[in-house]
Design a protein around this ligand. Structure first.
Ligand SMILES: [Mg+2]
Length: 201
């Protein structure tokens, strides 16, 4: 194992409530938790959208509100020390569907940008499969040199397409039952367990 690729939302930071509340605000009060969680069964940008114009405005409003909130988010101390520990042995990356702008606000405010070799968000590509391919090529890595840590079924499926093994966490957007459908390498319930599993891979 040479590289660990982390998803951001639901893995590095628990952003679920914020993301759900903003979506209720910009998409409408009738959005249920179940409907919102379903957004992440596949690639978020590929979900079926009826009103494209409304969706575009909603997206812009989402990021405006999210960036404000991200300015005040503090990274969890245990996650931070685990990442510092992992960085001694592995190259760390972020592949997220969130905006790089938002991720940079978060990591710069937490003085933690240096821990990752590269942070790739929606601006790099909307497909995580393409971002994996780009990363493999740029850093001369094989898919089997890497592991992907994520919290959603959609991400596991994209990881599968890129031939990368996934360690899924059940403390993010999706629960264990849903994660199992993607057949991840392992499902764990804490960040400490993530580290333990990876060290044995
Ligand atoms: Mg996530």
């Amino acid at each position: 194992m040479k590289a660990i690729i982390f998803d951001f939302d639901g893995v590095i930071h628990d952003t679920y409530e914020l993301a759900y509340q903003i979506n209720v605000e910009v998409l409408g009060k009738d959005l249920t938790h179940e409907q919102y969680r379903d957004f992440f069964n596949g690639n978020i940008f590929e979900r079926v959208v009826v009103d494209k114009e409304r969706e575009k405005t909603a997206f812009e409003n989402f990021f405006k509100l999210q960036n404000e909130a991200f300015k005040n988010f503090k990274i969890d101390g245990n996650i931070k020390s685990n990442l510092e520990e992992l960085a001694k042995k592995y190259s760390l990356f972020i592949i997220s569907s969130n905006q790089e702008e938002a991720l940079n606000i978060y990591f710069q405010n937490n003085k933690f940008t240096h821990i990752f070799k590269e942070i790739m968000g929606a601006e790099t590509h909307q497909s995580k499969v393409e971002k994996f391919k780009y990363l493999f090529e740029k850093y001369k890595l094989q898919s089997e040199d890497c592991v992907f840590v994520t919290d959603t079924l959609g991400d596991i499926l994209e990881g599968n397409k890129a031939g990368i093994r996934t360690v899924a966490v059940d403390f993010g957007f999706h629960g264990r039952d849903r994660l199992e459908k993607g057949n991840p390498f392992k499902i764990v319930s804490s960040f400490d367990e993530v580290v333990k599993v990876i060290k044995n891979m």
